[in-house]
Design a protein around this ligand. Structure first.
Ligand SMILES: Nc1ncnc2c1ncn2[C@@H]1O[C@H](COP(=O)(O)OP(=O)(O)OP(=O)(O)O)[C@@H](O)[C@H]1O
Length: 247
């Protein structure tokens, strides 16, 4: 479903992810892990099409980006904007109905079902800005449910949430996996990754390991990721291997 060939992603020609070559099969539930600054968010942005590769390429299955949902780290919502929980969650239907389309009774029912699935029944009329952090993340998941995407990219979906919320949202992730969707999630809690994610990509600007979680999250590989990350020169001007590839 996702194929990266010698992919380099970065900002202003400064590489943040180096030379990643990997194939992530459709239906994979993959945790993207690594130290701070390892390039995890950058990789998701690249796959989502928000960042053009500095080198190499990313290929998605036909229709890939058309059926992609991307949940960036929190901060993508303007909470001062006067919008209700119902209205925000209903935005997940925009591909179906267009920006100015009218919601049918069936659409209303689907929004209510998505809210029920994330435990937010009864919150329909609440202003978005009045939700707690955990409730807001539940609402963002409800919107994702309605997007009905084949490929779902989640950037730190469980950060700063209590155990109950993490457990509820993890259940939704596992439902998506059972439905055959491909899911990539940036996760810092390695115990959670070990419990629920069959596959793992360990990044430290470059890929350190990719494969079954038990084989990736080993102490030597984690130590290698830490060492690589600490040794990385953030001010390196350009990616010379990318330069070579373009020469
Ligand atoms: N918009 C940007 N402009 C310039 N540099 C950026 C930008 N976004 C990220 N970077 C840099 O790219 C590198 C990788 O950042 P990224 O956010 O992808 O890491 P991460 O693995 O998601 O980190 P964390 O776990 O801390 O969220 C970092 O050095 C970061 O400072």
């Amino acid at each position: 479903m996702i194929r990266c060939d010698d992919l380099t992603l970065g900002y202003d020609r400064h590489p943040a992810v180096h030379h990643l070559s990997t194939v992530i099969p459709a239906g994979t539930l993959l945790a993207v892990v690594g130290p701070n600054g390892a390039g995890k968010s950058t990789l998701l942005k690249g796959i989502a099409g928000e960042l053009r590769p500095l080198g190499g390429r990313i290929a998605l299955d036909p229709g890939g980006r058309a059926t992609l949902a991307y949940l960036p780290q929190r901060g993508d919502l303007d909470l001062s904007f006067p919008v209700s929980v119902f209205e925000m969650v209903a935005m997940g239907l925009w591909r179906e109905i267009g920006a100015f389309g009218r919601l049918t009774a069936a659409h209303h029912e689907r929004v209510r079902a998505a809210l029920a699935a994330v435990g937010l029944s009864g919150f329909e009329a609440r202003p978005l800005g009045s939700l707690s952090g955990g409730q807001l993340q539940r609402a963002r998941f409800a919107r994702l449910i309605l997007q009905d995407a084949a490929l779902i990219l989640l950037d730190e979906p469980f950060a700063a949430l209590d155990a109950r919320t993490v457990a509820d949202l993890t259940r939704i992730l596992l439902d998506w996996q059972r439905e055959g969707r491909t899911i990539l999630a940036v996760v810092h809690d390695l115990d959670l990754v070990r419990r629920h994610f069959p596959a793992c990509l360990l990044l430290a600007r470059e890929p350190v390991a990719f494969g079954p979680t038990a084989q990736v999250l080993t102490e030597p590989l984690l130590e290698r990721a830490r060492a690589l990350s600490e040794a990385f020169d953030d001010s390196a001007a350009v990616c010379h291997r990318a330069e070579d590839a373009h020469a």
